[in-house]
Design a protein around this ligand. Sequence first.
Ligand code: HEC
Ligand code: HEC
Ligand code: HEC
Ligand code: HEC
Ligand code: HEC
Ligand code: HEC
Ligand code: HEC
Ligand code: HEC
Ligand code: HEC
Ligand code: HEC
Length: 468
Amino acid sequence: MKKKALVWIGWLVGSLLMVAYLTNLMRNEGSEARGPMIDRTAFIPGQTTDGHYQIEIKCNVCHTAGEGVRQDACIQCHGAELEAAADSHPAKKFKPLDKVHLVERLDALHCVTCHVEHRPTMTRPMGVTMPLDYCAHCHETIQTERPSHAGLSFQTCATAGCHNFHDNRGLNEPFLTAHLNDPDSLETMIVPARSAWRTNHPDAGSPAKPLTEVDQDAPRSVVVDSALTRAWVETAHARAGVNCTDCHRDPSDASLTTGKWVDKPTHESCKRCHEGEVAGFLGGRHGMRLAQGLSPMTPGMARLPMHAEAAHRELSCVSCHNDHEFDTRFAAMDACVQCHDDGHTRSYAASPHAKLWRDEVAGKAPAGSGVSCATCHMPRETHRADGVETVTVQHNQNDNLRPNEKMLHNVCIRCHGVEFAIEALADPSLIGANFKGVSAVKVDSLDMIRAKLAEIERKRAGRKPTQN
Ligand code: HEC
Ligand code: HEC
Ligand code: HEC
Ligand code: HEC
Ligand code: HEC
Ligand code: HEC
Ligand code: HEC
Ligand code: HEC
Ligand code: HEC
Ligand code: HEC
């Protein structure tokens, strides 16, 4: 009897210790800077999605130890981006949960209703873990409410050119209506020029006199290759008065007075003058590990196909901007193909867009008429603040990537008609061929809008006689 009880107590104590150990592992979220990170990935129930696998080791950004997923986690990282996208289904729409047509309550207040993690078998593109026809939960009556929707299957609500759940900037009716009759190729096919220097730091060195080789201010102790200094003299930096120590002094020294030389400046140094670019970089798949204090992303860790020779290159600002040269044309295409090696990337060189880009680089075509990788993936965006308009480069290459209709409003629409572009984006094999050729897909959402406009027109015409 006694012996049996002892065994039971032993088992109980053992189990409790095990639980305590595991809980502690989950909670002990070290950063690499604070010493080696404990690898808790063994406790993950299944592969983490493409969107988050880079940072999966940081369990705590999503989980509260022992209590599942933190309520605020998703919003903390994605809230601003969804808001900027004028999210079509924001939480506030769901507050009174019994809106008339909410037939079967679907808890849309919580992201995990539609996006669970570590469940590869049920995960669809964009981390969606809902069955395709989920719109029916709340819009069951749409087929009877709208004659135009009669007979449409709920499997098709989110097909190309129709609707997205969150971001409908490229698909909302006013936008589509405004561009409905644009020709396939617009009259002027040009993207806007980047703005000249705008400062966002008091110490950022507003336009100063251009610096020459004799002005360089590296301390004597630093061995400097003269080729490096010559490269710097040729850049926008030297022309704008940005000297060696502007980048090379210790960025953690807020007063910037100690002048401690850092040999390899990181994005922390650039941030002082290029806040927006740094934020964009950290928000996408190139910089998301650095944003979490993890080691930089490398092609070797990637899930997408990459060049084997590039496996150990670390993602930073100078992956695209060669240090000291900062040649933005090199950054826009040549840099990308040093790492990326998928079919879409390899097909680019033979596309009409690539020809336009080569012509621009060779000076045979006007600035802004070429289409590089960056034209689509790192678009120039126009901002308006205090009556001043600026054009800067979006450094989050995931910002307009998926769903790909997002690319309409800040890229294609500058050169193409909306119908042409939607149909091109709806054809996966055309994307694979990097847009060499014509789309095999016909999108009929625009015909629905045309029919609706014609109907309005007809009603108005019909009413006219009685009004007069
Ligand atoms: C990007 C956010 C994110 C990260 C990082 C993350 N998880 Fe998860 N995890 C989730 C989500 C979302 C679920 C699904 C929760 C649900 O179904 O309610 C989940 C579910 C789980 C579950 C299943 C139990 C449950 O609560 O449903 C376990 C176990 C788990 N995660 C462990 C881990 C561990 C261990 C790590 C770190 C090595 C980790 N997760 C990192 C988001 C994350
Ligand atoms: C620490 C920041 C962070 C947290 C927390 C986080 N995410 Fe993410 N998430 C990212 C980043 C960075 C990406 C990759 C870049 C991108 O696709 O925007 C991403 C990607 C995604 C994607 C895939 C997008 C695509 O195009 O494939 C979805 C969906 C998503 N997150 C939803 C969620 C949900 C839901 C939660 C909460 C359970 C969550 N995220 C928590 C940072 C985060
Ligand atoms: C009712 C289901 C549903 C809920 C709830 C939901 N999503 Fe989504 N989410 C989707 C679908 C479907 C997509 C695929 C693209 C689309 O249709 O917009 C998606 C795509 C995304 C993407 C990638 C594409 C993009 O537009 O940025 C992110 C990031 C994302 N969701 C984050 C979130 C976050 C954060 C929450 C919680 C605030 C959330 N989602 C709640 C259904 C949902
Ligand atoms: C959890 C419930 C729910 C789900 C799931 C849902 N919706 Fe909605 N949807 C709403 C609510 C609530 C509104 C606001 C309606 C109102 O104000 O009358 C709305 C509004 C809309 C609108 C009006 C236009 C707009 O952007 O404001 C469209 C279009 C729409 N939803 C399409 C869809 C599609 C397509 C899906 C599936 C991809 C979907 N919805 C999934 C609840 C939902
Ligand atoms: C002290 C401020 C300052 C710092 C620090 C700084 N820059 Fe700059 N940067 C500038 C100025 C000023 C320009 C010129 C803008 C113009 O042409 O109007 C510029 C321009 C650029 C350009 C555009 C070049 C071109 O030819 O158009 C790139 C790329 C760039 N910086 C990258 C970086 C990177 C990467 C870092 C960090 C390693 C960095 N900068 C650090 C001030 C700074
Ligand atoms: C716009 C920012 C910027 C300016 C201005 C700048 N550098 Fe650098 N420099 C960098 C970055 C970023 C690196 C690190 C590159 C890397 O990580 O490989 C670097 C690296 C170096 C290195 C180490 C080289 C190596 O390959 O190991 C030296 C030496 C150097 N810079 C000297 C200078 C001198 C001298 C000047 C002025 C004539 C200067 N830098 C101006 C950003 C800058
Ligand atoms: C994936 C490649 C890539 C990476 C990584 C990258 N850039 Fe860029 N950057 C570009 C390209 C391409 C352009 C020029 C695009 C154009 O001309 O339209 C550019 C332009 C710029 C410009 C000038 C234009 C502007 O208004 O934004 C600055 C400043 C800049 N980058 C800073 C940075 C900093 C700081 C980092 C690191 C946080 C960084 N870049 C990382 C590709 C990159
Ligand atoms: C130093 C290597 C390197 C360079 C240079 C580079 N990338 Fe990447 N890129 C990566 C890695 C690694 C990833 C993450 C892939 C993954 O998670 O599977 C990535 C991700 C991406 C993604 C997101 C893919 C997705 O499915 O979410 C796009 C788009 C992209 N890069 C475009 C570009 C463009 C455009 C350039 C040039 C302006 C460029 N990259 C330069 C290594 C690089
Ligand atoms: C005309 C616009 C355009 C050009 C030019 C372009 N892309 Fe893309 N790229 C896209 C679109 C659209 C997608 C598909 C997004 C989706 O639907 O998932 C894409 C997808 C990608 C992806 C993600 C692939 C995946 O499987 O997730 C990478 C990486 C990428 N492009 C890199 C590049 C590189 C590198 C170049 C230049 C050699 C380039 N792209 C040129 C529009 C473009
Ligand atoms: C800077 C202007 C510009 C931008 C931005 C642009 N294109 Fe193009 N595109 C062109 C030009 C010019 C042509 C060649 C037209 C011709 O030959 O008549 C072209 C050709 C095409 C073709 C036909 C290729 C062929 O083999 O005939 C497709 C498809 C296409 N673009 C799709 C897109 C999509 C989708 C986007 C947005 C992701 C986009 N383009 C962005 C300028 C642009």
